[in-house]
Design a protein around this ligand. Structure first.
Ligand SMILES: *Cc1c(COP(=O)(O)O)cnc(C)c1O
Length: 389
């Protein structure tokens, strides 16, 4: 390769690949050994030390995708998130977090942190002053998610990174929803980037994995905790994930394009009362989104008119599957009030703007006409059924 840095899809396809010296095959061989010859205390290989050939190769690719110096991959997104948080927080420390977090992350904070003597504060707005107000002398980490789940609010990454730097605090982001195709938080000054690789990096709804990307120094700090917590990823899944990432750029760019078109179509429908997509000019955070994102992502949410029962509508969909997860090549939908946010009280949901008729839509790679037709026919069906009673 020339000295010029390879472009995104070239990184996806080639960076970190293992050369098949023995047989000259086109793809990385897979090394499943859990036992390697002893070559010295500092070089001993073992899957839980995050240093098998396939793990090291994939980490190079993921670090390159996020423009970071180094990375580690884990057995799940939550393993990456919990290990990283515990690597930077100890008894007596404090963390400031965005309120609209992924449910699993919120559970980790709410159910575990008190036991370990770690204090936390949630910020109810994405406004940087909201974060600033919560900073205490013992604050060690600021943690954000943008776009957020399920209303796709946008947090200003540069402003958060600046605030963290000014106060000597580590900034962290869960970049799962955007994927490295649409934004690279490290370029905007964020210190640590986390991913549930179960979502866009995997992209086919068949891999559970997580990743963290940062400087060599931060990754070493995380590694020291990670080898004790033991959340490493099996080499077979590592190999599957390497294969999946080869098409990451192609998949997500296509999903961006279809999501924008469907958002623009949905907003014109009289049976739809609201559409939440950061690529729409009507989205309150459109300007920040445009500033910090290269594409607006494959996730959107919308509200059906209150006369249309959202769960009946979902049952009438033929192509779009009902699914708790997201970011696959197949389009899926869920009702946050019945699933991901069901454990919140009605009051909490109302405060976060999550109505009963809200549907979260993960756009796949199907033809947009087929997706639109599916939505149309399901709306008509539910309306017809309503008339019969
Ligand atoms: C799914 C998800 C996670 C958790 O990842 P797992 O792989 O399920 O452990 C974290 N953050 C976001 C935004 C997610 O969507």
């Amino acid at each position: 390769m020339s000295s010029k840095k390879p472009g995104f899809n070239t990184v996806c396809t080639h960076i970190g690949e293992i050369e098949d010296i023995q047989f000259k095959g086109a793809i990385s061989p897979i090394y499943l050994s859990t036992s390697y010859a002893f070559e010295g205390v500092d070089t001993k290989r073992y899957p839980r030390y995050f240093n098998t050939p396939n793990q090291e190769a994939l980490c190079k690719k993921i670090a390159a995708l996020e423009k970071g110096e180094s990375s580690l991959i884990f057995g799940s997104g939550m393993a990456a998130i919990s290990t990283t948080l515990f690597a930077f927080l100890q008894k007596g420390d404090h963390i400031v977090l965005q309120r609209t977090l992924y449910g699993g992350t919120a559970n980790l904070i709410n159910e575990e942190f008190e036991k370990y003597g770690i204090e936390f504060s949630y910020v109810d707005s994405q406004n940087v002053t909201g974060f600033e107000e919560k900073i205490q002398p013992n604050t060690k980490v600021i943690y954000i998610e943008t776009p957020s789940n399920p209303l796709l609010t946008i947090t200003d990454m540069k402003a958060i990174a600046g605030l963290a730097k000014k106060n000597g605090i580590v900034s962290m982001i869960d970049n799962t929803f955007a994927s490295p195709v649409n934004q690279n938080p490290i370029e905007l000054g964020i210190d640590v980037v986390l991913h549930s690789a179960t979502k866009y990096l995997g992209g086919h709804s068949d891999i559970l994995a997580g990743a963290v990307i940062s400087t060599e120094q931060n990754i070493d700090q995380i590694f020291q905790v990670a080898k004790n917590f033991g959340g490493s990823l099996s080499d077979f899944t590592v190999w599957m994930l390497e294969r999946s990432i080869k098409t990451l750029g192609l998949r997500v760019k296509r999903q961006n394009k279809t999501a924008l078109k469907i958002a623009k179509w949905l907003i014109k429908q009289e049976d739809v009362t609201a559409v939440y997509y950061p690529g729409l000019k009507s989205h309150p955070d459109y300007e920040i989104a445009k500033e910090q994102m290269r594409g607006f992502g494959g996730m959107l949410s919308f509200e059906l008119h209150e006369d249309i029962d959202a769960s009946k509508f979902q049952k009438e969909l033929k192509l779009i599957k009902s699914s708790m997860s997201l970011a696959g090549v197949e389009s899926t939908m869920l009702s946050p009030s019945l699933t991901s946010h069901a454990l919140l009280t009605e009051e909490e949901r109302k405060n976060q703007g999550i109505k009963d008729g809200l549907l979260r839509f993960s756009i796949g790679i199907e033809e947009k006409e087929d997706l639109i037709e599916d939505i149309q026919q399901a709306i008509q069906k539910v309306k017809k059924l309503a008339l019969q009673y």
